[in-house]
Design a binder for this molecule. Structure first.
Ligand code: FUC
Length: 815
């Protein structure tokens, strides 16, 4: 995939295009140090802070105090290896992560033969006995939840400095332009600068400590972990920390090793008992590498590699190269992704203020388009840093987690959270970052087939509400969340979307169609005819995590229904996507025939007597009226079953459903709020989309701009990023002949009257640059990857365009 540069970015954007941003006028401080270590020549270069460029400032998180807690620390990552940088002056702390450090097994088991009870529960629901159906499913189908079995911290790197004097001019930042975290301050007339980055090229975290006077750097370097670790020194410049992740005292999890190599210039160094002491150095580079025995193809057959040697060779290779080169390579590699999209939402009101102050201002009602730009680009940064080709997908916390038993194990919840992580992937031009998701979902197929067979006596594959790196797919825990066999089917829509955005027919044939089919096989077996309506319905199944009062006495509640709205919409989506793919690939076999026959017989959501879209097949009274899941609106977003043209009769009902949730306290988790932004963007309601975007930042965002569920959960960051894109560009609609319609500025709020975005992707294989002024579209530039046609929609006017492969067209007339 090629990134192209946009052309409507405001002048300052140009600064971002270079790998480093030297600006003589602002007299950036540049320090170059050359190191020697035996035969190796190492050079360190630090680039000064405090650039005065507006857009650059909008691409930076910065603060004037070190992080008081983890939610103030700044994340770096290369897809696999990450750290939270605290920026402490005397004592610096990097909390480390490696994506595959997981506790477990044991893992939940399928309850073979459970299907015998499912028939019984279905009959009970059709008779209206929801309570008993809940009990039957709970007792006979749901497996045991085994917790904790968590993604875990890799450990902590502690740097204890000896400093004289009182530090002044303190600043720390995370620069999204080059994916480098920096801390700088002065003490006793010496300026200290520390840089931190996680390089995908060198597979290492690199820390560069410099001072503008010689012999000023004295520190002790240590590593530790909350549990399950040993540390030792290696030679005079190395440390190792190793162990095996445990749960409940059982050391059955992943084995890990972390190694550190220190490369000082000048001064002296020694290492003993797991601590390195460096005295009076001119500068120091620290390299951190990690390896585990996790095998992502066969999790139960750990890799047999020597973890220490793996780390050692990584460190040796990296330490041989000049630090300037390490950094250049890191920045180049990162910018290959990051620089594909530029965004300018208008003049920045808070660009000169630290990020925490800007956040505070938003809480006090200030509009700061620059902070929304930052939020958008931060979402892209987080995806690039936690999900790269070859890595595991971003989990509930991306890769950043300081717990041994994280909230929800920091796993892969598939009833919204994991999918939301990938909502911005295609549209914000990070298609490759979507790959770990595809690889992971495909790796669940064997387990999902076993669950389908044993639990449901069905073909195909099935995934329930959650899973993790041990590839299990059984329904577990309470029916309220666990009895929901739609996780896999939902995930298959991502495969089709990847095709829609890229038009990669090989991917369609080899990945998208096979997995959609595997899911459709299960769905066809799972659907039954509702005797009350004659329509095909899913169930017994929960509308994720919600509950309703049973009609029997109106006091007790149940969760399971036949034909809840979300299940029906997901199945509609899977069947529709499968048929579309079959048409493209000219497949007209018996299976396609079965899906075509089932699709029109699916029960579709109904509208209740209060005008809302019904979440369940019957008009139940919900227990929690402001519930965080808005599952029944899946067909609006991320699905595309409902829109004002195709299904005008649903739009008012959808609006009422959202309003009802919000007026009862809905949107209170970050991801729930982020979903609402996307709904309103799809509805073309700019004011509401903006209001909720602002609420996401004001109410569910921490000092380091991590999303708060609470606690920290990264899905809201990604959902918010997708929401901003959705306000500026939509491409989910097609005309009656299947031609993609690119809707430009479908939900542009009045708070962003003038601005531009470049490099967004649209379905159909287009790359799109948009500029607007005083709320009106000024120009659009489209580049098509193949010979192609599309329609562009601006308000109600629609224009058809055709393209030769690679052609770029700019349009400034829209009438
Ligand atoms: C879903 C949500 C929870 C939480 C969890 C990780 O189950 O209902 O709010 O986000 O995932």
């Amino acid at each position: 995939m090629k990134g192209t540069s946009g052309f409507w970015c405001r002048k300052n954007n140009l600064i971002n295009r270079g790998q480093y941003h030297f600006n003589l006028n602002t007299a950036l401080a540049v320090f170059i140090f050359f190191f020697s270590l035996g035969q190796q020549e190492l050079a360190a270069q630090t680039v000064g802070l405090n650039s005065d460029s507006g857009i650059e400032a909008n691409n930076k998180l910065w603060y004037t105090k070190s992080a008081a807690d983890w939610m103030e620390a700044l994340p770096i990552g290369n897809g696999k290896l990450g750290a939270m940088v605290f920026g402490g002056v005397e004592s610096e702390h990097l909390q480390l992560n490696e994506e595959s450090v997981w506790a477990g097994p044991p893992i939940p088991e399928d309850r073979a033969g459970a299907f015998k009870s499912i028939e019984k529960a279905r009959a009970l629901i059709f008779q209206g006995d929801y309570l008993e159906a809940n009990n039957v499913m709970q007792d006979n189908v749901l497996g045991k939840r085994i917790a904790p079995r968590s993604y875990q911290t890799l450990g902590d790197l502690i740097l204890d400095f000896e400093l004289t004097g009182t530090p002044t001019d303190y600043q720390r930042e995370l620069d999204l332009n080059d994916a480098v975290a920096r801390t700088s301050f002065s003490s006793n007339g010496v300026k200290f600068t520390r840089e931190y980055f996680s390089s995908a090229v060198d597979n290492a975290i690199i820390v560069v400590l410099t001072a503008d006077s010689p012999k000023e750097i004295t520190l002790e370097v240590k590593m530790n972990r909350k549990d399950d670790y040993e540390v030792a020194s290696i030679g005079k410049n190395g440390l190792r920390m190793w162990g095996r992740a445990s749960q409940k005292g059982k050391h059955l999890g992943v084995k890990y090793e972390t190694r550190l190599m220190a490369v000082p210039k000048g001064g002296s160094m020694s290492s003993e008992n797991g601590s390195i002491k460096i005295t009076n150095a001119n500068s120091v580079i620290l390299f951190v590498a990690a390896a585990t025995d996790y095998n992502k193809i066969e999790p139960f057959s750990p890799l047999t590699r020597d973890l220490g040697n793996t780390c050692a060779s990584t460190l040796k290779k990296a330490a041989k190269r000049p630090v300037q080169k390490l950094k250049e390579d890191h920045v180049k590699d990162y910018q290959n992704y990051f620089n594909r999209v530029f965004i300018d939402l208008g003049p920045s009101v808070g660009g000169d203020k630290p990020t925490n102050e800007r956040l505070e201002a938003i809480k006090n009602g200030v509009d700061d388009p620059g902070l929304m730009e930052l939020y958008f680009q931060y979402g892209r940064y987080l995806l690039i840093s936690s999900s790269r080709p070859g890595s595991l997908p971003a989990n509930l916390q991306g890769i950043w987690n300081d717990h041994l038993a994280a909230p929800w194990n920091s796993d892969y919840h598939t009833n919204i959270n994991m999918q939301m992580n990938y909502w911005p992937a295609e549209v914000t031009n990070l298609s490759e970052c979507h790959e770990p998701f595809f690889e992971f979902i495909e790796s669940l197929v064997p387990a999902g087939q076993k669950t389908a067979r044993e639990v449901y006596n069905s073909n195909g594959f099935v995934v329930h509400h959650t899973t993790d790196v041990w590839h299990w797919t059984a329904p577990i825990g309470k029916v309220q969340y666990g009895m929901w066999p739609m996780g896999g089917a939902w995930c298959t829509r991502h495969f089709m979307e990847h095709y829609n955005y890229t038009r990669d027919t090989v991917f369609l044939k080899e990945h998208a169609y096979p997995i959609m089919k595997e899911s459709a096989k299960f769905l066809l077996d799972w659907l039954v005819t509702d005797p009350r309506s004659g329509k095909l319905v899913s169930g017994p199944s929960t509308s994720p995590e919600n509950k309703f009062y049973t009609p029997k006495n109106g006091k007790e509640f149940a969760n399971l229904d036949m034909g809840n709205a979300m299940d029906q919409e997901i199945i509609w989506d899977n069947f529709t996507n499968l048929l579309k793919a079959a048409k493209i690939m000219k497949i007209e076999d018996e299976f396609v025939g079965k899906v075509s026959a089932a699709l029109p017989n699916l029960s579709l959501p109904k509208i209740g007597s209060d005008g809302r879209l019904m979440e369940w097949s019957q008009e139940f009274d919900e227990v929690d009226k402001g519930h965080r899941h808005l599952s029944h609106l899946y067909g609006l977003y991320p699905g595309n079953q409902f829109d004002a043209k195709k299904t005008p009769y649903y739009i008012d009902a959808i609006n009422r459903s959202i309003e009802n949730r919000l007026s009862n306290g809905g949107g209170h988790t970050g991801w729930s709020r982020a979903w609402i932004i996307n709904f309103y963007a799809r509805l073309g309601n700019a004011d509401k989309a903006y209001e909720n975007m602002k609420a996401l930042i004001a109410k569910s965002t921490a000092t380091n701009l991590f999303d708060y569920h609470p606690p920290f959960q990264i899905d809201g960051n990604f959902g918010g990023t997708a929401g901003i894109a959705e306000m500026l560009l939509q491409s989910h609609e097609t005309d009656e002949n299947g031609m993609v319609i690119l809707n430009l500025l479908p939900a542009l709020p009045s708070e962003w009257p003038t601005g531009s975005v470049s490099g967004l992707k649209a379905r159909g294989g287009f790359e799109v640059d948009i500029a607007w002024e005083n709320g009106e579209l000024k120009s659009v530039s489209l580049m098509s990857s193949g010979a192609n046609c599309c329609k562009i929609q601006v308000g109600s006017s629609i224009k058809e365009l055709s393209f030769t492969p690679g052609e770029k067209r700019t349009i400034t007339e829209f009438k």
